[in-house]
Design a protein around this ligand. Structure first.
Ligand SMILES: NC(=O)c1ccc[n+]([C@@H]2O[C@H](COP(=O)([O-])OP(=O)(O)OC[C@H]3O[C@@H](n4cnc5c(N)ncnc54)[C@H](OP(=O)(O)O)[C@@H]3O)[C@@H](O)[C@H]2O)c1
Length: 178
């Protein structure tokens, strides 16, 4: 069992909290509006504890950042003491939204939020993952398909010689967009 704190109680944070709690972990969901929680934070029927974001970071050994990425750097830098010595799993995307609410531009072109976080939090181990998929897939990777998906991923090897001939033996990965 791991003590996990999740910052941000939106779609991603809530979804990950439910899955991690039902897998037996001690999960504290850090909300903005909870104020200072004295004593034992309240729980709901799912076994999730609730606290303000500072308390959620302080009491955890692993912290997940599921807050809007365009303001994560300032927010998490303010939690430097609470995050020291911890693993920080950053699943956020740092983008500025267009008028329709969808990502329009990167906040850190030529760099990344995770690099900024690592620089600002030298005592914390920052891990970037899960930000490339819809939140439902984060806890249910099987929803992408069964063993027959191997036909497609194994066939990807046919791309490799073309990349190597053109670019040489530089590391690369194949990703799917739609
Ligand atoms: N949705 C997806 O499928 C998906 C997939 C991959 C990555 N992501 C990334 O994951 C992160 C969360 O996405 P989401 O879809 O869960 O967003 P969301 O539903 O809007 O939730 C974000 C939560 O962060 C908290 N928050 C918002 N503004 C804040 C502020 N200024 N200070 C502190 N907390 C604040 C709010 O929770 P409280 O008000 O309860 O504190 C809010 O519910 C984003 O960075 C997003 O790019 C999302």
């Amino acid at each position: 069992m791991t003590n996990i704190g999740i910052l941000g109680a939106g779609r991603v944070g809530t979804h990950l909290a439910r899955a991690l709690a039902s897998a037996g972990h001690h999960v504290t969901l850090g909300r903005r509006e909870n104020g200072d929680v004295a004593g034992t934070p309240p729980r709901d029927g799912t076994g999730i504890h609730y606290a303000d974001q500072r308390s959620a970071a302080r009491t955890a050994s692993v912290v997940i950042n599921a807050t809007p990425g365009n303001s994560s750097l300032a927010r998490l830098t303010a939690l430097r003491t609470e995050l020291a010595g911890k693993i920080l799993i950053d699943v956020s995307n740092a983008t500025e939204d267009d008028a329709d609410g969808l990502p329009g531009d990167l906040c850190y072109p030529g760099g990344s939020l995770a690099e900024q976080l690592q620089e600002a939090l030298p005592g914390t181990s920052v891990v970037k993952t899960l930000n490339t998929m819809l939140f439902t897939v984060m806890t249910d990777p099987g929803s992408l398909g069964g063993i027959t998906t191997a036909r497609a991923t194994e066939a990807m090897v046919l791309v490799v010689p073309h990349v190597l001939r053109r670019s040489g033996p530089a590391p690369f990965a194949v990703s799917l967009t739609r």
